[in-house]
Design a protein around this ligand. Structure first.
Ligand code: SF4
Length: 71
């Protein structure tokens, strides 16, 4: 089954922390304000919010990656 996971572009991320506010179940911040991603698949009910978080990232460092084969 196709799933979505969060990827961070570490060369672009500036530690704004907005992503952790928008996706608190999947992203926390380290002591410097950089995101720590849980690494688990995003549930279908959260994908829309995750896409919004990706488009709201000020430097577009947050991406959704599709994993798994479609049915
Ligand atoms: S919102 Fe973007 S720049 Fe800010 S911490 Fe998250 S990924 Fe990094």
């Amino acid at each position: 089954m196709e799933q979505q996971q969060i990827d961070i572009d570490w060369t672009a991320c500036q530690g704004h922390g907005l992503c952790a506010e928008l996706l608190p179940d999947h992203i926390t911040l380290d002591e410097w304000g950089y995101p720590l991603v849980a690494g688990t698949a995003i549930p279908a009910r959260t994908v829309k919010r995750a896409r919004q978080a990706a488009s709201d990232c000020p430097v577009l460092a947050l991406k959704l990656r599709t994993t798994g084969a479609p049915l």
